[in-house]
Write a protein that binds this ligand. Structure first.
Ligand code: F6P
Length: 407
């Protein structure tokens, strides 16, 4: 194998750049000449926008900085390749650019929508007898890719959420002598509640934990929510509730749309979901007269590399390395998965057919949710806890973390 290329796609995570490190290091170890990076994923690649990663990563200090750099170092995109039939010119263009740079394998770091790109390109290559290999590398804070035990990016976002909630709970508890403040915290994750479930990890020896958690896996009932808040407010001097951005009522309406349904769609047909915490905080304020506060973690939860989980960083590197090894062996049209070993937490990797992964969302098993008490059961806690373990401290300069930036 002569040259390879790696791209990043979809919402960034705190460790998406660690997978670039894994790809780069393994490629160099295996004697691959050039490791290119797509600037802004496949969308940028269609404009031949690529860089030679040697100019950044042939330097141990930069590798260390990249592991500590948030967002997608190469730039990301939300771009859906069209169906092959009737759109052959798009695919011809991609393979022409691959040929021009003598690229033998393409690696795409992304979630379930982005894995569609690997599926389409490997299908086209097969139909047209092209020799290039295409491998998917998992990443998503949403943790909703099937087959893999969990997704790189999830553990770090979960660590940030649990840590921030511990801090919010302390802050909220500092007042409330007469009446409690109702604090509603909105967490990303679209249609799967994995990330919001991480709110349950805030409970430990020094924290009482959040009072209720609302996940998209369970229909949201506004009347029950209001009664629950009133009940909590009558018994407690501080109330903190975590809600997923994707909670919906039983008629399929997103809570964030209760005030307006005018939502923009991205290339994959996803609505931008945000604003359900402020919608609910307004409803509670009107119905109870209590002070409310809405907090939306928004991009903070996926950009918080300063609080990344070391376990997550190591696994993000591990999946990148495995993808390169497999492509060199001749595999294509596959995604690397993470397998949890039995006993004390440790993990290994495997590979799986991309056709059974792309565009499929994995939800939290319903039996892991304590629906009656709006909490998570021990099965979830045991699953998630090891993923947030360990830290890799930022490199500070003048009091601020230093990042590696593409010039
Ligand atoms: O898929 C990752 C994710 O962060 C989701 O949790 C969230 O709904 C979405 O991306 C937000 O997308 P954008 O940043 O494009 O608004």
């Amino acid at each position: 194998m002569k040259n390879i290329i790696v791209g990043q796609s979809g919402g960034p995570t705190a460790v998406i750049n660690s997978s670039v490190v894994g790809v780069y290091e393994e490629a160099k170890k295996l004697g691959i000449e050039k490791v290119y990076g797509m600037v802004h994923g496949i969308e940028g690649f269609l404009n031949d926008n690529i860089i030679d990663l040697d100019s950044y990563l042939n330097d141990k200090d930069n590798i260390e900085l990249l592991k500590r750099t948030p967002s997608a170092f190469l730039g990301s995109c939300r771009y859906k390749l069209p169906k092959i039939e009737g759109n052959e010119e798009v695919y011809e263009k991609i393979f022409k650019i691959l040929d021009k740079h003598k690229i033998d394998a393409l690696f795409y770091i992304g979630g379930n929508d982005s894995m569609d790109t690997i599926k389409m390109l490997s299908d086209y290559a097969k139909e047209h007898n092209k020799s290039q290999k295409f491998m998917g590398i998992p990443k998503t804070i949403d943790n909703d890719l099937p087959i893999t035990d969990h997704c790189p990016g999830y553990g770090s976002a979960a660590k940030y959420i649990a840590t921030s909630l511990k801090e919010i709970i302390r802050d909220n508890a500092s007042f409330g002598v007469v009446k409690p403040t109702i604090c509603i915290v909105e967490i990303m994750g679209r249609h799967a509640g994995w990330l919001t479930a991480a709110a349950s990890l805030a409970k430990d020896d020094t924290c009482e934990g959040v009072d209720a958690i609302y996940l998209p896996e369970v229909d949201f009932d506004l009347d029950k929510f209001v009664s629950k808040v009133k009940d909590l407010a009558s018994k407690k001097s501080s109330v903190v509730i975590a809600v997923s951005e994707g909670i919906k009522t039983s008629d399929g309406k997103f809570v964030c749309e209760l005030n307006s349904s005018d939502r923009k769609l991205d290339a994959f047909g996803h609505k931008q979901l945000s604003g359900c915490a402020s919608t609910l905080a307004n409803i509670i304020a009107n119905k109870t007269g209590l002070k409310t506060r809405a907090i939306e973690f928004s991009t903070l939860q996926r950009a918080a590399t300063h609080l990344a989980s070391l376990t997550d960083i190591k696994e993000a590197i591990m999946v990148g390395k495995r993808a390169v090894k497999e492509a060199v062996k001749g595999n294509t049209g596959m995604m690397v998965t993470i397998k949890r070993k039995n006993g004390k937490y440790s993990s290994t990797t495997d590979i799986y057919d991309i056709h059974n992964i792309a565009n499929i969302e994995k939800k939290i098993p319903i039996e892991w949710i304590d629906i009656k008490n709006n909490q998570l059961k021990k099965e979830y806690i045991e699953y998630a806890k090891p993923l947030i373990n360990g830290e890799l401290l930022p490199i500070f300069k003048d009091g601020l973390p230093v990042h590696l930036i593409r010039k």
